[in-house]
Design a protein around this ligand. Structure first.
Ligand code: IMP
Length: 194
């Protein structure tokens, strides 16, 4: 496998790494992981966060790299936690989100993912993916991570992401959609499948 076909994914999250490995292998791309994400700036959009950190990590490691950033935006909470998804998860968690939504019938939410690619002395290319769905009334399932137990994508039957295998989640997830866009772009510009 040539270096051209190995993408370094800067993430401390093994779940994200596994999801990306399965998606990108369909395009003949191998994924290696580095436990680094650059500085996570506070910004309105996941795209800005992913771009800044991809440029930083590529410059630091002097190699091509992808970085991914996700947020969950809940309609009835005016988009909260959005850019604060990580902080909200660490502080109030899924139970806190369920409490905030108690008695609220509008459960619509969207996961937004941005996958950003950079290499030394190159700005960054960014690819976005969304998963539309709703916040369930309780936590369900033991797969996945983060908000997976409370998020049911509109497509994908009646299951939360945490009730799905990685392969199933990859059919519907924000991250797999962004990764697929990245892979298509990458394979048009660099050598992928032989
Ligand atoms: P980050 O992209 O790692 O900054 O994620 C922000 C927050 O969203 C963290 O609390 C993650 O656990 C959560 N998160 C990110 N991606 C997913 C996902 O695919 N499913 C559920 N939660 C996620």
């Amino acid at each position: 496998m040539s270096n051209k076909r190995t993408i370094l994914f800067a993430t401390g999250n093994l779940h994200k790494f596994k999801e990306a490995t399965l998606v990108l292998q369909e395009y003949g791309l191998k994924v290696a992981r580095v436990d680094l994400k650059g500085s996570e700036i506070q910004a309105e959009t996941v795209e800005e966060v992913a771009k800044v950190s991809a440029v930083q990590v590529a410059q630091q490691l002097q190699t091509q790299v992808i970085v991914e950033d996700t947020g969950i935006f809940i309609e009835a909470l005016n988009g909260f936690p959005g850019p604060y998804s990580s902080y909200a998860y660490k502080t109030i968690g899924n139970k806190g989100i369920l409490k905030l939504l108690k008695g609220i019938s509008n459960r619509k939410a969207v996961f937004r993912s941005a996958v950003s690619y950079s290499k030394p002395n190159f700005s960054a290319r960014c690819f976005s993916g969304v998963a539309l769905g709703k916040i369930f009334h309780e936590e369900r399932g033991s797969h996945g991570f983060g908000y997976d137990p409370i998020f049911k994508p509109f497509r994908g039957g009646d299951k939360t992401f945490a009730e799905m295998t990685i392969e199933d989640k990859n059919q519907y997830s924000h991250r797999s959609k962004a990764l697929k866009k990245f892979a298509k772009w990458y394979c048009q510009n660099y050598e992928c499948k032989s």
